[in-house]
Write a protein that binds this ligand. Structure first.
Ligand code: SAM
Ligand code: SF4
Ligand code: SF4
Length: 374
């Protein structure tokens, strides 16, 4: 296959620090009981399958940074599907149960259904099916929902930041209409990709007037709407605390229109706090990464498009697993390198966000969400 983009300089080399992980001299079989320095197991792996996207959401890939000169990764740099499957198999032996395909826009990756099919065949350590899901902007969902379902995908999360077309178009910045996202959601529901979740990133003064309309739209449909606090990911979205609408305020506003009761989490490490409509017409969630950090039970690792492992969404350094894969290392060697990386993990950025030292340490190297995978 020919490369579509040949970068003259890969700016990632300058921005993102990576190391090739050391393979321990004494190799051990994985026990599934891996824990980091704070006792957190490895349960979720988010995999970015492309750093490209056909949207230019102002809070994620603003046009002035991700313009026609932006150097995306050439195809040869991406992990192949076989390489991704191999890392997933190794991670499962350490306890991973949940895989989320993301990006960039994952449905832009050619033949993504083939990867879904390969991953859907894998099972957890105790023989259960993997929780295999995908996050998408839904631009290609109406076209691909059936083939994804046939390939073995169980559910999807769709991002939708407004119900009002003008607000949504201002946010995606490529003139994509709400109608087309809703068409993708309907198709996904019809083919049985369930439970379907819709994620809204809330930015004060940009789309916070869409909180109640979106809640009203999805109430009673079986779709779970989740409100995400705008985060300081990357270096290009101009984040500041004043642009965050705290989840508590989101809940207050919805409760005033449609009364709510709180619900228990489904499992340890669930990122969303759950609420149900008192009239029984479904549930919503809030993800309060800024105002109520949930690092204490964060069980997630992220694999970038080119095979670097990141231990936190806000990490300043990645571990080059691809180097091990392409260096002829055995599964057991890679497994031990992965275990050594996870055991020394101490990340808890959201809990330390307010600390000036934490801010200073990562100011120069903020990794973009589209690269690391949201
Ligand atoms: N393109 C796909 C999509 O938009 O669903 C998948 C990748 S996107 C990076 C994954 C999720 O991250 C989306 O729901 C998006 O809204 C969210 N996101 C991106 N930048 C964010 C930010 N600064 N704060 C909070 N969420 C953000
Ligand atoms: Fe693309 Fe998703 Fe980022 Fe929007 S949030 S620019 S759709 S990767
Ligand atoms: Fe996990 Fe890092 Fe987010 Fe904390 S800040 S919840 S450690 S990804």
């Amino acid at each position: 296959m020919t490369d579509t983009v040949i970068p003259v300089v890969d700016i990632r080399d300058h921005r993102y620090r990576t190391t090739v992980p050391a393979v321990p001299a004494r190799l051990e079989m994985p026990s599934g009981l891996l824990a980091d320095t704070r006792g957190r197991p490895l349960r979720d792996l988010r995999i970015s399958v492309t750093d490209r996207c056909n949207f230019r959401c102002v809070y994620c890939m603003p046009k002035d940074v991700f313009d026609k000169d932006y150097q995306f990764l050439p195809h040869s740099e991406l992990l192949s599907f076989e390489e991704i499957e191999r890392i997933v198999r190794i991670a499962i032996e350490h306890g991973v149960e949940k895989i989320r395909l993301t990006g960039g826009e994952p449905l832009l990756r050619k033949n993504i259904e083939r990867l879904v099919e390969m991953l859907a065949k894998l099972t957890t350590r105790d023989g259960q099916p993997l929780d295999l899901t995908l996050t998408t902007n839904a631009s290609l969902l109406a076209r691909k929902a059936q083939s994804l379902k046939d390939a073995g995908l169980t559910r999807v999360s769709v991002s939708l930041d407004a119900l009002d077309d003008a607000v949504f178009k201002r946010m995606n910045d490529v003139d994509f209409s709400v109608h087309d996202v809703l068409a993708g959601i309907e198709t996904a529901q019809r083919v049985g990709l369930a439970p379907l979740k819709v994620n809204m990133v809330v930015q004060k003064g940009v789309n916070d007037d869409q909180i109640v309309p979106l809640a009203g739209h999805f109430k009673g449909t079986g779709i779970i709407l989740r409100f995400i606090e705008f985060m300081d990911v990357g270096a290009s979205n101009g984040w500041n605390m004043a642009s965050v609408v705290p989840s508590a305020e989101v809940i207050q506003r919805i409760d005033a229109a449609f009364p709510l009761d709180s619900l228990q989490p489904n499992y340890l490490g669930e990122t969303a706090e759950r609420w149900r409509y008192r009239d029984g017409s479904g549930e919503i969630g809030v993800i309060s990464s800024v105002t109520q950090a949930f690092c204490h039970d964060c069980t997630r690792a992220r694999l970038s498009t080119e095979g670097k492992l990141y231990l936190c969404l806000f990490a300043t350094q990645g571990y080059d697993l691809r180097a091990l894969l392409r260096d002829g290392r055995s599964d057991l060697e890679i497994s031990n390198a992965l275990a050594a990386i996870w055991r020394q993990r101490s990340d808890r950025y959201s809990e330390l966000r307010a600390d000036p030292e934490t801010q200073a340490a990562r100011a120069a190297r903020k990794i973009e969400m589209s690269y690391i995978g949201g």
